[in-house]
Every structure is written in structure tokens, then in C-alpha cells.
Ligand binder design. Structure first.
Ligand code: HEM
Length: 396
């Protein structure tokens, strides 16, 4: 059945109300994008059932293997590639990056305060929210930090281009971006030393005794850059938006920084940066009692699952006193669960700490209305014009 629900429409209160109706009936509805799963139990079960579902918003079935990004790679090929990525963003590496991340967050907040002082207001997205994730992912991957503005632009252009035309791999969708990564691969090959970075790790990886091709390394590296950028910036922007519209919560957070992880987790649940995940059905199965046939497309409603009243009291409220704050599906679950979750959380904490240290209070520009995120699967702020009151006078 279909009830006119569009899983790819921009987020709104009406859309959340429609999701709540779907959860209450338990219906799996047919939409133009595929069968939509609204409940937390259904989303969780589906994301774990990798033998029945394969990921991707675009149809990757006709793409060469080396052009397929990790989220759309089935087992057993997924495992070895995933292990390389795990080592790049492993806990100890993320912890080692903390001083860099905190320094960058502080520098960006200081820059926002300087703009605010000179212009009377500042766009927090342009000054803090957008630059931080691209600097951090560049640093983690071992690519030149000076180039990270380009990554962000390329990442935006690539996501924009992906929605149109026939399915293409990431390299073909954005050859300039792909050629840049190929240049980094060539540099690593020519180098006499072995830097500790993602490309070198991919170069040393084998699947069933066969080295990864340059094309596969380009695909996975480009995908990591996009995955680290588009999602984390949405988390950061959503956190600042919530705090700007709830000054009491901001004051509470400034007075007790131990609340910062709870603000980050509740933001991830309440305003899921990834609203939906798409899959193709590999073999006949069922979700929540509804049959799904091989070849069907399915959309897992992460945002809906995170507002499921079977799991959360008062799910539409932003509450930092939830008993199990990390109990949400914003990072997915199962074998494809986000490997960058710890990094994203750390970026959120670093930004909140730097902001609370330096900004006594802030409010959004008069008449501010959120601009819908142009990325159909994402929820995040593209502009946050704000007036900041600093904690102390800035230097000259
Ligand atoms: C708030 C920030 C983030 C959110 C909400 C988020 C969310 C997710 C979700 C829901 C998935 C599962 C996708 C699926 O099942 O198809 C995922 C996978 C992935 N994420 Fe993240 N992510 C975030 C940050 C990051 C960062 C910082 C990185 C970079 C290291 C990253 C890299 C990846 C990769 C490579 C995958 C694919 C994993 C696989 O298929 O095995 N993510 N992410």
C-alpha cells in the first residue's frame, strides 16, 4: 500500500507526524523510493540482515566492483576493506587526534567570534560547522590539511551530482576529486618512506591475495571523505541549532560540561543526521511480517526509528536525561555500523567545549528560518546566522 509518504522529502513536523502514523499501524508502505520501514525493531533487524539486504542509494548492481563504495559491498569482500578503515579511525588513533581536533575547534570558534565582533553577526555553519569535519577527516586520512576546503566542495558537488543521471562510480561522478586521490596514490608509491595514512594502508591490503586496485582505493578514500564530512557537519549544526533555540539548555551545559556527551547523543537521536538508509533486497525475506521480494528496494527510516515510542518516552522531546543515551540508530547497526562514530562524537564534544569556553550566550539572527538540507538523506543546517556574546573581550 502507499499513502503518499515520501521518505526523501525534507524533514518537517508533518513528516515526523506521518512517520508516527506508520509506526502505529506497523505498515510497511510502498513509496516511490521503495518499501519504507518505520519502526525501530524493523530498521534494526533489516540493517543487521546483510544476507538479505545490500546498501546504497544508487543502484550499484551494474557498476564494476572497484567502483562500489564500502556501504554497498556485500560480504565477504566487505570485511577486509572494513578492517582497513577500522584501523584508520580506531579508538587509539581517534584519541591521539584529540589535541588536533580541540585546537581546530578552538581556532574556528575564535574566528567566528572575530567575525561576529567585526560584522555584528556570524554564520556558524560557514565558520565552524562546515570546516571542522573536513579538517579532521583530512588529518585522519593523512592528506594535506590545506586541501580540506577543496574536499568539502568536491564532496558537496559529488553528492549533488549523484542524484542525477545513470548510476556511476564516485571517480566518474567527480573526475577532478578522483584524480586528486590518484595523485596521492602515485605520491605514496614514489615515496621512499611509508607514511601512516589511509592510502598507504590500502596499498598494503589484499583481498584473497590480490592487492586493491588504484580505482578501488580511490573509491574507498573518496567515500571516507564524503562520509566523514556530510554527516558530522550535520551533527554539529544540529547541536548548535538546538542550543541556540534553547538558551536554558545552553546555560545548563556551560555550567556542567559533563552534559556535553548527552547533548551530542540526544541530538543524534532527535535530529538524525542520516534520516534514511536505502537497500536492495538480495533474497526473499520479511520485515515486521511484511514480505519483501528479491530485487525490491527498501528504505530504512533511521529518523523514524529514533523517534519510536516503543523505545523512547516522549520521543519528540529533546531530553538529556534519557536512561540509555547511546541507545539510538543514528550510526546504524550490524556489520555496516558507522566506523567513524567515535570520531564524530569527539568532534561534537570538542566543538561544544570550545564554544562553551568562549561564548557566554548566543541567539539566531532575527527571522531565522532553517534552510532544508539539499542532500535528500540528510538532516542538517546549511546556515546558522547568529549573534554571539563572548565570555571575555577578544584581543585586537
Ligand atoms: C555524526 C556523524 C556520522 C553519522 C550520523 C554517521 C552515520 C552512519 C551510518 C548510519 C552508517 C551506516 C550506513 C549503512 O548501514 O548503510 C555509517 C556508515 C559509515 N560511516 Fe558514518 N556517520 C558519521 C560520521 C562518520 C565519520 C566521521 C566517518 C569517517 C571516518 C564515517 C565513515 C563511515 C563509513 C566508511 C561507513 C560505511 C561502513 C560500512 O559500510 O562498513 N562516518 N555512518
Amino acid at each position: 500500500m502507499t499513502d503518499g509518504f515520501d521518505p526523501y522529502a525534507p524533514s518537517s513536523d508533518e513528516r515526523y507526524a506521518a512517520m508516527a502514523r506508520l509506526r502505529s499501524t506497523g505498515d510497511v508502505v510502498e513509496t516511490p523510493a521503495g518499501y519504507y520501514i518505520a519502526t525501530a525493531a524493523g530498521v534494526e533487524a533489516g540493517l543487521r540482515a546483510v544476507e538479505h539486504f545490500v546498501g546504497s542509494f544508487i543502484d550499484t548492481s551494474a557498476l564494476p566492483e572497484d567502483d562500489i563504495p564500502i556501504s554497498a559491498i556485500p560480504e565477504p569482500r566487505h570485511g577486509p576493506i572494513r578492517r582497513v578503515i577500522n584501523t584508520v579511525v580506531a579508538g587509539h588513533r581517534t584519541a591521539a587526534a584529540e589535541p588536533f581536533i580541540r585546537d581546530q575547534a578552538t581556532r574556528l570558534v575564535d574566528r567566528a567570534l572575530a567575525t561576529n565582533r567585526d560584522a555584528g553577526a556570524v554564520d556558524l555553519v560557514a565558520t565552524i560547522v562546515d570546516p571542522l569535519p573536513s579538517l579532521v577527516i583530512g588529518y585522519m586520512l593523512g592528506v594535506p590539511v590545506d586541501d580540506t576546503d577543496r574536499f568539502r566542495r568536491w564532496s558537496d558537488e559529488l553528492l549533488h551530482a549523484q542524484g542525477s543521471g545513470p548510476p556511476r562510480g564516485l571517480f566518474d561522478t567527480h573526475p577532478e576529486f578522483g584524480s586528486y586521490i590518484q595523485g596521492l596514490i602515485d605520491d605514496r608509491r614514489a615515496s621512499t618512506s611509508d607514511p601512516d595514512d589511509v592510502i598507504t594502508r590500502f596499498l598494503h591490503s589484499e583481498i584473497d591475495g590480490v592487492q586493491l586496485s588504484d580505482r578501488a582505493i580511490c573509491t574507498q578514500t573518496m567515500n571516507l571523505i564524503i562520509a566523514g564530512n556530510e554527516t558530522t557537519r550535520n551533527l554539529l549544526g544540529n547541536c548548535l541549532h538546538t542550543l541556540a533555540t534553547d538558551p536554558r539548555l545552553y546555560t545548563q551545559l556551560r555550567e556542567d560540561r559533563a552534559l556535553a556527551p548527552l547533548v551530542v547523543e540526544e541530538s543524534l537521536r532527535h535530529d538524525s543526521p542520516i534520516q534514511v538508509l536505502a537497500r536492495a533486497v538480495l533474497a526473499d525475506t520479511a520485515i515486521e511480517g511484511s514480505p519483501l521480494r528479491e530485487g525490491h528496494r527498501v528504505v530504512f527510516g533511521v529518523a523514524s526509528a529514533n523517534r519510536d515510542e516503543c523505545r523512547y518516552n516522549d520521543p519528540a522531546a529533546f531530553r538529556i536525561d534519557r536512561p540509555r543515551p547511546r541507545d539510538h540508530l543514528a550510526f546504524g547497526t550490524g556489520p555496516h555500523v558507522c566506523p567513524g562514530a567515535a570520531l564524530a562524537r569527539l568532534e561534537g564534544l570538542a566543538m561544544l567545549d570550545a564554544f562553551c569556553d568562549r561564548v557566554a550566550s548566543f541567539e539566531l539572527g532575527e527571522g531565522f528560518t532553517p534552510v532544508p538540507n539539499p542532500v535528500f538523506w540528510a538532516l542538517g543546517q546549511r546556515f546558522l546566522p547568529a549573534v554571539l556574546i563572548p565570555t571575555a573581550r577578544l584581543g585586537p
